[in-house]
Design a binder for this molecule. Structure first.
Ligand SMILES: Cc1cc2nc3c(=O)[nH]c(=O)nc-3n(C[C@H](O)[C@H](O)[C@H](O)COP(=O)(O)O)c2cc1C
Length: 387
């Protein structure tokens, strides 16, 4: 069987969209091999790299939270520890990509880690997520989210090393849209968004907001404890979904998610197809919209991405010229280009597809390509207007 998922970041190919999220003191190479054996990415750490983060870890350990000193147990050099852990993941689970989560107030240790992680062909994850007071009081973890210029400068410098960089953050600290724009502009490759809502599950709208703000690889996190929860994140705009607590509770949880999403991709052709625009889907959902013929949320959406209704109609029609999506005369608007998502039952669409001999999964792949063309055209238009 050929490649099932088309997931690539900075030259690193990822075999599936399931991630083991960092749990300090838990997620080492041994845990990853036992509890996330077929994940796309496993995040190890987080590790403290400099004096400030080590002092914070020591204080947290003194009140019983020894996990905040992960990797420092034997007084060993943290960089040697990280190198060994990457090598262990590569030998125990060669098809999974290791990512290393790190904390440091100083830039130099971050650059040293970046050089090492790049050399090992792994991913670096910057922890701007930790909310323990020992760290935030020192300007570490999520305190960095409120120091936009320092964080942006750090991302730019780290990216100069060429490492593939993920930024892990909570969406309820600052505006997720603004954070996404800052990380994107500074050069981050992956946005790992913990969509936590204090006390009650995950903020799907925050994921959609981030999706609309950036084309970078988006990993959604929080409260994924079954496949339906993962699917909610995927249809809200996530490229990948991560799990922490559920993976710790059950060694079969990540393998279960991988199996289910692989089956879903093979059946539907687009595992993270967006919701329809009228159901608050992200901008990719424009591939499924009817022409703008009545007052509905589509009109605002078209305006937001910089088109008039007439331009939008032409854009969609021109984007599918010469493809099977031109067919479907007997559908509601005379062409499959205006037809809806495959998971929504529609007799006219399915009749047209069957007459044309197009399986539903192929139709969805064509809709995915159409969504990419629409969003590229919107980006080009935005760039032309701002120049
Ligand atoms: C014991 C434990 C330790 C954690 N340590 C870290 C960490 O060091 N760095 C980090 O980015 N997130 C850390 N997290 C947060 C998780 O990666 C994740 O964002 C959070 O638990 C929500 O995801 P979940 O609902 O799948 O558990 C930790 C979570 C737990 C439960």
């Amino acid at each position: 069987m050929g490649k099932i998922f088309d997931l690539k970041v900075g030259g690193i190919e990822i075999r599936n969209p399931i991630v083991l999220s960092a749990m300090a003191g838990v997620t080492d190479s041994e845990f990853a091999a036992l509890n996330a054996k077929n994940a796309g990415i496993v995040v190890l750490g987080a590790y403290n790299l400099d004096e400030a983060s080590k002092a914070a870890g020591k204080e947290a350990a003194a009140r019983g939270r020894s996990e905040f000193e992960a990797g420092e147990e034997n007084g060993s050099d943290i960089f040697i520890h990280i190198e060994k852990e990457i090598e262990a993941v590569k030998s125990k689970m060669p098809e999974t990509i290791p990512a290393i989560s790190v904390r440091s107030a100083d830039l130099e240790p971050l650059l040293k880690a970046a050089e090492l992680i790049k050399r090992k062909n792994a991913i670096m994850e910057l922890d701007v997520h930790c909310r323990q007071p020992e760290f935030t009081e020192r300007g570490l973890g999520q305190a960095l989210l409120k120091d936009e210029s320092k964080l942006e400068a750090a991302i730019r410098k780290i990216k100069e090393t060429g490492v593939v960089l993920s930024v892990k953050f909570r969406t309820n600290v600052v505006s997720p849209k603004t954070a996404a724009e800052v990380f994107d502009a500074a050069g981050a490759d992956i946005l790992h968004a913990d969509a936590m809502i204090e006390g009650k599950g995950a903020d799907l709208e925050a994921i959609t907001e981030i999706r609309n703000a950036t084309g970078k690889l988006l990993v959604a996190n929080n409260s994924v404890d079954d496949f339906d929860a993962a699917l909610e994140f995927f249809s809200s705009g996530a490229d990948m979904v991560s799990a922490a607590r559920a993976a710790a509770d059950d060694a079969e949880f990540i393998p279960h998610l991988v199996e289910k999403i692989t089956k879903y991709q093979l059946e539907t052709g687009w595992y993270n197809a967006p919701k329809h625009i009228c159901k608050r889907g992200d901008n990719r959902g424009l591939a499924f919209c009817c022409p703008p013929v009545k007052y509905c949320s589509l009109l605002k959406k078209i305006e937001n991405i910089g088109f008039t209704p007439e331009e939008f109609i032409r854009l969609k029609q021109n984007s599918i010229k010469g493809t099977p999506l031109e067919g479907g005369e007997d559908t509601c608007f005379g062409s499959l280009v205006w037809c809806c998502k495959g998971t929504k039952p529609c007799y006219y669409r399915d009749e047209a597809l069957s007459r044309l001999g197009i399986p539903l999964a192929e139709y969805m792949k064509m809709k995915k390509e159409l969504s990419e063309k629409i969003l590229n055209a919107a980006d080009e238009k935005k760039a032309a207007v701002s120049n």
